[in-house]
Unconditional design. Sequence first.
Lengths: 259, 469
Amino acid sequence: MSDTPIKPRPRVGLFATCVMNAFRPSIGFASAKLLEDAGCHVSVPAAQTCCGQPGLNSGDEDSARALAKQVIEAFEEFDYVVGPSGSCMATIRHDYPNLFADMADWRKRAEALAAKSYELLSFLTDVMGVTEVDAEYKGTITYHDSCSGLRSMGVKGQPRQLLGSVKGLTIKEMEDTDVCCGFGGTFCVKYPEISEKMADDKLANAAATGADTLLGGDLGCLLHLAGRLRRKGSPVKVYHTAEVLAGLADGPSLGEENR
Amino acid sequence: MEFRSPEFKTRAVHALHDANLQKALSNTKAGFVVKRAKAAEEMPEFEALRDTAAEIKNHVLANLDHYLEKYEAAVTAAGGHVHYATDAEDARRIILGICKKANAKRITKGKSMVSEEMSLNEALIGEGYEVVETDLGEYIIQLADEPPSHIIAPAIHKTKDQVADLFAAAHNKPRKTDRAELVAEAREVLREKYFTAEVGITGGNFLVAETGSSVIVTNEGNGDLTQTLAKVHIVTSGIERVIPSLDDLSVFLRILARSATGQETESYTTFSTGPRREGDIDGPEEYHVVLLDNGRSKMLGSRFQDMLRCIRCGACMNHCPVYGSIGGHAYGWVYPGPMGSVLTPLIKGMDGTYDLPNACTLNGRCKSVCPVRIPLPDLLREIRHNQFRQDMTPKRQKQALKLWRYVAERPKLYHFAERIGVRILASMANGKGKLRSLPFDPGWTGARDLPAPTGRTFLELWQAKRGDK
């Protein structure tokens, strides 16, 4: 929970993750809808690009620092920074301050931004106090806990709580739901065979639940898993949790043919 | 031990296609992960003990010289000898010297990963000694002429049938398939070795500065027989394994077994303090401790000091989905999995170890179970930073990062490029929703389709609809 009392209509800067921006605009609109329904004023700064994680995880700290500065400048005016990704938001929350260990000014600004940065669903429940949504989804879903969200941002019960309020939706938990799916950013292209094995382990657990839909909170993992499902000709649908919660999961799922 | 980390990629792919290995690895979960979770849950103070354990280790590392001197004085007072080895070669020289002086022919060994680090078996065998590993797992892989693939379960990659074949060939006895019978057969063969060995070599899980004791924890009791029945007992351990007192030891003993195997305690916890004293009914005549540095003192005071807290429980690899997919041999040296991917580049050097810290999804499961709270993903990422600074990152990747940064630092250019990109990909997908192949594919479409973009970016749609700045 946030320490400061919630303003009547907090100003939220929506962090449009680079993968979402390119591959799945509906997640952005779903995020905005959920935030506005919760009483937030949502803005999408045009000066944003990427959080810098690819550089940070590939050893290129300078690039990560440069992009972190850009994100800080674009978002520090807002009451909160919220993004539909545990991974990007964990970078802002946990890594940004460390990037500026030797730069007191920037470190202060990074810490201030980190303190008000949240993953979407945990923000809705833990900060805005949302307990249910007004949405319907006819199907049985299984939810994959993406690693950064789970371990760095404490996202576990929140999506399940909100999904529990969706009419017509049944949740079936899979085995090892907290085990990595094998995406891992550039890992999935650097070590594609290991990544494939991890995806298959994850998808076997998902299939064992009999769910017709796989949900998750990080689009990187979902593109990877949906891509593997499509390659194997599986009919299982993949959506971002926010799409279902916002009632925007009526279009083609990830990798599905236009209907 | 042979250094094969440079072959990580090919060995990993090979491991993925090894049906026996995959079968053996699939048992790890029930064997380790489930049991550890249960053991941790059943002990209310488990999380607090992890904090205490990390604090004790941090205190020791901040005062390592003091505790090593204290430990050495206590060992000496008990009639033992402490030897400091700067590297593997130095350690081999010291141990060969002790064995020669003891007129040894046969040497029994309890499990010791530090002795693997020293390539000790190769050196002893090269000098004509008969070396017998007495830990069942180590014994199995010695028969198979393979290195360990796990730090506490060295033969975890072997199936029961493979062990049956190895025993039948080595023992000249009818092939057995029952687990208990296989264990009994190894026991019988090993029993005779304990009584006839002149030197027994064990590891040392903990070195207690207060008493000068070395402590080993085992499940088979083989370590006890190794160290009490031979004339000379040699302990091999790392300089970082010293702890202040028996009280501190009790903290570690409570978390080690739970983290490693999910047991409340191992079957045997054995203390060795010096050689046999007057009136003792058994015990060695000589007691030596060989403390290996091998790069550890360089880690002190560095960004990697946290790694020296490691108590070698194996929880990180048991919970690592990459280790669980490829097993330990792919990592190519003594220590596999997350802890090995940090240690190997630090001990063996950056050359030939590029893949180890990179073949990790940074999913953090290892960190979440480490009993001494080593931030393994952070350390792995730190090594990637060192690789980048030392210009070891592959050229293509560096160029890609440079281009990505150039574009990402220019939002207008970035969004323009993304708009073009999504239009091209969407038109290539032609309403099918996915792409089976990509031009300039970096490695995505070998086993996966790429879910196709819809043709417009979120920002352009948002701006058209809502007109944000």
